[in-house]
Design a binder for this molecule. Structure first.
Ligand SMILES: NC(=O)c1ccc[n+]([C@@H]2O[C@H](COP(=O)([O-])OP(=O)(O)OC[C@H]3O[C@@H](n4cnc5c(N)ncnc54)[C@H](OP(=O)(O)O)[C@@H]3O)[C@@H](O)[C@H]2O)c1
Length: 259
């Protein structure tokens, strides 16, 4: 991977950030925002054509050259995560942050009627995989002065209800994982945060709110700035769980021409 000279003043200049679920709504918006903020983003997802399109868009925008890492978290093993960490070290030389956006949600169904394999996949992709991936990357993260791991949570008041199934249970577990891991890493250079975004337009949301007008729901890009903030130095001092309100993308400055 080619190193690029950082531009002065950007929040993630020189950092290497791994984004899971990178071709999902929040993953893509956050990956683009991290790249625009100067990071080399490692795009992890399970659909190569979508990863390639995102790679091309980031490269065309003149951001630091990203990297693609195809991986299906449902079948990934600890050895796969060890390979991931080794590949990042070899190709990028460092890792400064992980943003866990990938999420498995098949749709609303009662626990009683959830097929066992769906239950197991939901818990694995949404809870076990983020931990196993993070563990494999910790030796790399510990080498940085300020590293951050951000797990994307979901609102317990919204999903802690009937029919949200293994997705909801795993998200409750993920909130607990944030607390425990953050405490264990308190005296290390690695910060742990849970990011609690509000509703956003995505394939995942569409599986639960199929009757709503998607145009009334904020775009995922409204939460991208919060991701960048937590992954960079500005995230120091932020609490374990950060509730993010949707933010508008900054309006480009107009150049007033002399009359
Ligand atoms: N949308 C909301 O209103 C909302 C609210 C609160 C929190 N969240 C959280 O925000 C995060 C992003 O969700 P989103 O709304 O952006 O949903 P999304 O667009 O559906 O993105 C989810 C991503 O996870 C990927 N994924 C699923 N299973 C995977 C697997 N086995 N291996 C690798 N990748 C896998 C999906 O890939 P495929 O395209 O291949 O399926 C997709 O790229 C999630 O953690 C979600 O829980 C969302």
């Amino acid at each position: 991977m080619a190193a690029q000279a950082p531009q002065a003043g950007r929040a993630l200049d020189g950092r290497v950030i791994l984004v899971t679920g990178a071709h999902g709504a929040l993953g893509e918006a956050a990956a683009r925002a991290c790249a625009a903020a100067g990071a080399c983003v490692v795009l992890l997802g399970r659909r190569v054509p979508k990863l390639t399109r995102l790679y091309d868009a980031i490269e065309a925008a003149g951001a630091p050259q990203p990297a693609i890492y195809p991986l299906d978290l449902a079948g990934a093993t600890p050895d796969d995560y060890a390979d991931l960490a080794a590949n990042i070290e070899r190709d990028c030389g460092r890792l400064d942050g992980i943003l866990h956006c990938a999420a498995d949600f098949k749709g609303l169904v009662s626990l009683e009627n959830t097929p066992p394999e769906d239950w197991q996949r939901a818990l694995h992709v949404n809870l076990s995989a983020p931990l196993l991936l993070t563990r494999a990357c910790l030796p790399l993260l510990r080498r940085r002065e300020d590293a951050a791991v951000v797990f994307v949570l979901d609102d317990p008041a919204r999903v802690g209800r009937a029919l949200w199934g293994g997705y909801a249970v795993a998200k409750f577990g993920l909130a607990g994982l944030v607390q425990v891991l953050r405490d264990e890493l308190e005296h290390s250079p690695v910060r742990v945060h849970g990011l609690l975004p509000g509703p956003m337009r995505s394939a995942l949301r569409g599986k639960a709110y199929f009757a709503e007008d998607p145009g009334q729901v904020p775009e995922a890009s409204a939460y991208a700035a919060a991701c960048v903030r937590l992954l960079g130095a500005a995230g120091r001092g932020e609490p374990a769980t950060v509730r993010a309100a949707p933010e508008r993308a900054p309006v480009p400055r107009l150049h007033v021409l002399p009359s």
